[in-house]
Design a protein. Structure first.
Length: 599
């Protein structure tokens, strides 16, 4: 007899709790809704500690698992668990499924010929999508499309990077981007699954493959869900509004196997990852038998004036109450050029947020006159993909080092700098490059950048590249960093400085003072300037509408704007180039604590 004995009950209204409340009946499925600044992480850590100390279902072979959306969030939760961390596995959903489902059971998946779907003995880890020239070329040759056009097309790489495994209504699977994405005419997208199969033959699986394989394994071998439930009697998932249907189904299978209680924590107004396949409905409609629902309506983060603007922007009925008991400054709408808006906040401890990477780069470089400058990284990717991967791995790792995360910096380098058959297309005359060698390179490069950054940052990147070449020669005798001597790559390396590349490198865990709203999610800052490209975007914050389900795209854009303004603790500035007389009057009629400032 499992955990499902009893009547299926759905609570009519969620129970209101605060972030320091303890749920005594932890042997049940729970769903917790909480807005920004509500102390979700504090509550979750406290709840887990309570379960660890009180439950009789935990032992060395039966642990709690706490799943977070990012590695940074997972690390933060683990650090707060203290001595109880040994009985709690903190992880992202991909790492959890890879370690506990895919890696141990991948050999059980066979194709129609009875052969293993993946060369499982070669699988060591899972990676970000990396459609290199060689991989795309091999695939096009395999499907007899190679001679139709040149392969070196960044559009092809971008298309493949955005592709995800999607379950169709008839039970089949399709590998393609969730939303429309441009592609080269020669690209045989109906045969894109063959591109993946060629990777699998070499033991290479990517992040999205982990979800795909975990789904296939648990669907075909449902008894494994019972085993997982026994190993993890309590499964808690933070930021559940960012979960996609595959993840939701996997968690339900584990819960329905009868050995595990599942808790989901999230905020439907912060569901902003639709482009990755996440669905807000997976959280709002999440239901298991006898699920207990709770709401945390507190806000410990922001001033009362900011909370008033946040409450105005919500569309789900939750109205937060501030616990800081601080009125704070009015929210300022800065009307005019973004350069003038920056002047208003530059002396404050600020972070600037934007909807797009391009706008975030502009805010970071402060070069407001060059709004149409080509992204240096997309240019490098087009010129030399191998050098792009090599340089991006180093510089992204360096930014993590600067933010005080040396361990994450080394891991980022090791994940980003991949080699083929022990050799890199960037390093020549190289001996076999082991993981130990790569780690040594990472530490050497990072140390060199740290000590020489001040002298190199404003010089052409070519000088930095030459510095790294000298380090390679000293560390690995006979090995040469492929020289930049002529052509487009030389022009590129002389045109851009090290600092320009550091300012614009696309990072998952971005700690810089200007970033996209997506990369600020989960964080909070003393002062926030959110840069809006036009006055219609301000409507989503100041005059929100309840968007019908049919307009899912606009609904998500509204939530993205909400996430942006909810990062602010003390000061919130909204920059917009223009604001019509009609909109000004509507804002004033709302009588919100908003001051309109013409720059």
């Amino acid at each position: 007899m499992g955990l499902w004995q009893g009547t299926r009950v759905r609570m009519q209204e969620p129970t209101i709790i605060s972030s320091d409340d303890t749920i005594q009946d932890f042997d049940s499925h729970i769903k917790v809704s909480a807005g920004p600044g509500a102390g979700k992480t504090t509550w979750l850590v406290g709840h887990i500690l309570h379960v660890v100390r009180s439950s009789k279902r935990l032992h060395k072979a039966a642990k709690i698992v706490c799943i977070s959306y990012t590695n940074a969030a997972s690390e933060a939760i683990r650090s707060k668990l203290g001595e109880c961390a040994d009985i709690v596995e903190t992880s992202t959903i991909h790492s959890f499924l890879f370690s506990n489902v895919v890696r141990p059971y991948l050999h059980m998946l066979k194709n129609e010929k009875g052969q293993c779907l993946v060369a499982h003995s070669l699988v060591k880890n899972h990676y970000e999508p990396n459609p290199t020239y060689g991989r795309v070329n091999t695939w096009l040759t395999e499907v007899k499309a190679r001679n139709k056009a040149a392969v070196n097309n960044s559009t092809a790489y971008a298309y493949i990077k955005k592709a995800l495994w999607q379950r169709q209504g008839d039970g089949t699977w399709k590998y393609a981007p969730i939303k429309w994405t441009s592609k080269p005419k020669y690209m045989p997208t109906t045969k894109l699954h063959i591109y993946k199969e060629l990777l699998w033959k070499k033991g290479t699986i990517e992040h999205d493959d982990v979800l795909y394989f975990a789904y296939l394994i648990l669907e075909k071998y449902p008894h494994l869900a019972e085993h997982l439930g026994a190993r993890f009697p309590y499964i808690y998932i933070d930021e559940f509004q960012d979960t996609d249907p595959r993840q939701t189904q996997i968690l339900k299978w584990i819960a329905e196997a009868g050995n595990s209680y599942v808790g989901v924590i999230g905020d439907s107004e912060q569901a902003i990852y639709g482009f990755c396949g996440a669905r807000r409905e997976d959280f709002t409609g999440f239901e298991l038998p006898e699920t207990r629902e709770y709401t945390i309506a507190d806000n410990w983060r922001s001033t009362d004036n900011i909370i008033a603007v946040l409450n105005n922007a919500r569309t789900d009925g939750i109205q937060q109450k501030g616990l800081r008991k601080t009125e704070g400054s009015e929210v300022e709408v800065l009307v005019g050029e973004i350069s003038k808006a920056y002047e208003q906040i530059k002396d404050k401890n600020h972070v600037m947020l934007a909807r797009s990477n391009e706008m975030a780069d502009l805010l970071r470089t402060k070069d407001f006159a060059k709004q149409n400058t080509k992204d240096p990284w997309s240019e490098l990717e087009t010129i030399d993909l191998d050098r792009f991967l090599f340089i991006k791995a180093i510089l992204e790792a360096f930014m993590l080092l600067k933010s005080g995360r040396p361990g994450s910096a080394v891991r980022k380098y090791l994940d980003g700098f991949r080699v083929r058959k022990g050799h890199s297309n960037v390093l020549t005359n190289a001996p076999y490059i082991t993981d130990t060698t790569k780690r040594a390179l990472a530490l050497t490069f990072l140390y060199r950048l740290q000590t020489k950054h001040a002298s190199l940052c404003s010089k052409p990147f070519l000088e930095t590249y030459n510095e790294l070449g000298e380090q390679v020669a000293e560390l690995l005798l006979g090995t040469i960093l492929k020289r930049i001597t002529r052509g487009k790559i030389q022009d590129y390396a002389q045109k851009f400085t090290l600092q320009q590349l550091l300012d614009t490198v696309n990072m998952v865990d971005d700690t810089r003072d200007a970033k996209t709203i997506h990369k600020a999610k989960g964080a909070e800052f003393e002062t926030v300037l959110i840069a809006l490209p036009n006055e219609e975007d301000a409507d989503r914050i100041l005059m929100p509408k309840v968007i019908q389900h049919a307009d899912a795209g606009e609904s998500e854009e509204q939530r993205i704007a909400y996430v942006g303004i909810s990062r602010a603790r003390d000061n919130l500035f909204i920059s917009v180039p223009t604001l019509s007389r009609e909109k000004r009057k509507t804002i004033e009629d709302k009588k919100l604590p908003i001051q309109i400032v013409d720059l």
